[in-house]
Design a protein around this ligand. Structure first.
Ligand code: AHR
Length: 629
């Protein structure tokens, strides 16, 4: 192998390795969004979904759901508890497949309430563990005939991964309640309405170059009425209009009919998250088309202006100063400085001439007003299929900025396509590998696990992305997060239950590439050719300040001896830092109980002269960092 350290082939984009966030698999509600109460404002299709009335006290009160859509369209429903007697009445919220409760943690309970009769109703709130034992309790005594928010904090005495919140209504009278919310004290950066610390930390550790949000098909909705509308997701969480999740009941055998979006994690929080973890924000907006796998509903082009206006207003929300309407709102929400938006996606996996028609109108308006914003267009599913090819040809002719290619395919496809971009047009649009994952079985199949073979194949493929950094400017694995008890799609990068989380082997591949991104690509060749599978090895190299970083992946069952002769340097340091990610078993996985079974190991590699020599163990990812002189 030869490595020409002074022959810079391309700059690596600072955004190169990023993350794709979509509320699928309970990623947001029930996942990274730390709210513990499901259906907190009674807006699910069945208003008491997530709540139940134990038989023992069910006769002691009537629960009436009142809909005030005429005066409060954002949060129309609330519950009226009419006590029939002094006897206690109990309502229990089951959380998102239970509530993860930690011993000694403080919990903040808040709710809106209004007394309707002279005799007041008091609420005792109790956390129950899986066996029904009380593990924390507090009291709220509403004292007003007007809606008022009540906030109390209390601590839990025991840990429980599947706790419930019991509300006991005491005294005779009539009480209205709404927005019943429970958060742990410890959230990411201790923010109210915050995010789960462990999950954000896993994201931050990747050091992602960008954060794509909010999806995915969720941007499109199954029909236009349930598309993602960013303006409905900012401001007071109690006034964010709840919507059914696009992934509700997807793949019937893992049915999740209780999957809704509270939008507690909304666009302001997404921008804030991106900033927190040092990632460039990449919002994707609906382009006037619902999911073409479902209704395929489109807005007539004569009525597309509100959709385009949403995009223009979003740019102002992110970047405008306080003299602008939307910039002022951002400042009022707590972020006077701009969010530094540079890219925007128009539509998710759309296809056909109907997409081009709508995209053209978006592009005209956005380019006129905001030439500084790069636009991202998806090329639809199935790389190289008819739909993909039509969009690829048409968008190239239209001089699109960045094309978003998606590939969910077999590990073998990833190996065969490691050279995919070696011969791409260098003068056309840039490429965003926006959604990819190696699948060993079908999507939604529980056996389609994050096995080592899939991670290894992705690593091999990623050397091809890195080698072609002049064309490929961004890449993200998808989907990102999945709850072990409520997923619709496998595999996924990070898995969690209500208390624990772990990175898959695929996660560690992403992290290794992102943490060793470097600034420029240098040629790494075997017999003057890119290293794309000769002797079962895939490799690429970058420069990172005064260091060279070489990534080598051996996809075979045999060790492979490699000797990289480095030219263009006076010398190399006597030792290199070697990070190895490997397993002897291609079917191996990480799990909640064994989260680091496959995880990087740090070693020291002796270096002789200007040659990096290593015997790459079977089925391994090697990352070598060495200082150059
Ligand atoms: O990542 C899951 C889904 O795959 C995304 O929502 C969609 O864009 C793609 O089809």
């Amino acid at each position: 192998y030869t490595l020409k350290a002074n022959e810079i082939k391309a700059s690596v984009s600072p955004q190169m390795w990023g993350i794709f966030f979509e509320d699928i698999n309970f990623s947001a509600d029930g996942g990274i969004y730390a709210e513990l109460v499901k259906n907190r404002s009674f807006e699910f299709y069945t208003p008491l979904m997530g709540w139940h009335q134990p038989a023992a006290t069910a006769g002691n009160a009537q629960v009436l759901i009142i809909n005030r859509a005429g005066t409060n369209q954002q949060n129309p429903r609330y519950a009226r508890i009419t006590k029939m007697s002094d006897k206690d009445f109990v309502l229990i919220n089951e959380g998102f497949r239970g509530m993860g409760i930690k011993a000694n943690e403080q919990y903040h309970l808040s709710l809106f309430a209004r007394q309707q009769a002279d005799k007041p109703v008091k609420i005792t709130a109790t956390l129950l563990d899986e066996s029904g034992n009380a593990i924390g309790t507090t009291v709220i005594a509403p004292d007003s005939r007007e809606w008022k928010q009540y906030n109390v904090s209390f601590s839990a005495t025991q840990t429980s991964p599947k706790a419930k919140l019991q509300l006991t209504f005491q005294g005779s009278g009539v009480l209205d309640i709404d927005m019943v919310s429970l958060f742990p004290q410890h959230t990411w950066k201790q923010r109210p309405n915050g995010l789960r610390e462990d999950l954000v930390q896993l994201l931050a550790d990747i050091k992602p170059g960008f954060l794509r949000f909010p999806g995915g098909c969720i941007v499109e909705g199954r029909e236009l009425a349930t598309r993602y509308q960013w303006k409905k997701t900012i401001g007071d969480p109690g006034q964010r209009e709840v919507s059914v999740n696009r992934w509700n009941t997807e793949f019937a055998h893992r049915s999740t009919p209780d999957y809704y979006q509270s939008f507690g994690l909304g666009f302001y929080e997404y921008f804030q998250l991106a900033e927190d973890i040092g990632a460039s924000p990449l919002p994707i907006l609906n382009c006037g088309m619902a999911c073409q796998y479902n209704t395929g509903e489109v807005v007539p082009v004569t009525e597309i202006d509100p959709y385009i206006q949403d995009a223009l207003d979003l740019i102002e929300f992110a970047n405008g100063d306080a003299s602008t309407t939307w910039g002022a709102l951002r400042a009022k929400l707590g972020h006077p400085a701009p969010f530094n938006l540079k890219m925007l996606g128009v539509g998710n996996e759309q296809w056909g001439p109907e997409y081009i028609e709508r995209y053209t109108l978006f592009a005209k308006a956005l380019r006129e007003k905001h030439p500084e914003i790069k636009l991202v267009n998806s090329l639809g599913p199935n790389p190289d299929g008819d739909k993909f090819n039509f969009l690829n040809d048409t968008l190239r002719k239209l001089q699109a900025d960045i094309l978003d290619e998606h590939y969910y395919s077999s590990p073998d496809w990833f190996l065969r396509n490691a050279g995919r971009y070696d011969s791409y047009d260098r003068n056309g649009p840039k490429i965003f590998a926006g959604e990819y994952a190696a699948h060993s079985k079908g999507i939604g199949n529980g056996d389609n696990k994050n096995i080592w073979q899939s991670a290894l194949a992705e690593a091999a493929f990623m050397t091809g992305l890195e080698r072609n950094a002049d064309v490929v400017v961004m890449a993200s694995y998808a989907p990102l997060l999945a709850h072990v008890d409520a997923w619709q799609w496998t595999p996924d990068l990070i898995w969690f239950d209500n208390l624990r989380s772990y990175g898959t082997p695929n996660y560690y591949v992403q992290k290794l590439f992102a943490n060793n991104k470097g600034t420029s690509v240098v040629p790494l060749l075997k017999d003057n050719q890119p290293v794309t599978g000769q002797d079962s090895v895939y490799a690429s190299a970058v420069v990172d300040n005064n260091e060279l970083v070489v990534k080598m992946i051996n996809v075979s069952a045999k060790p492979v001896a490699v000797d990289v002769a480095v030219s263009g340097v006076k010398g190399l340091a006597k030792t290199a830092q070697l990070t190895v990610l490997r397993s002897d078993n291609l079917a191996e996985v990480n799990s909640l109980d064994d989260p680091k079974k496959i995880s990087p190991e740090e070693k020291v590699l002796p270096v002789k002269g200007r040659s990096i020599a290593a015997t790459i163990a079977p089925w391994s990812v090697y990352v070598v960092r060495v200082a150059r002189q």
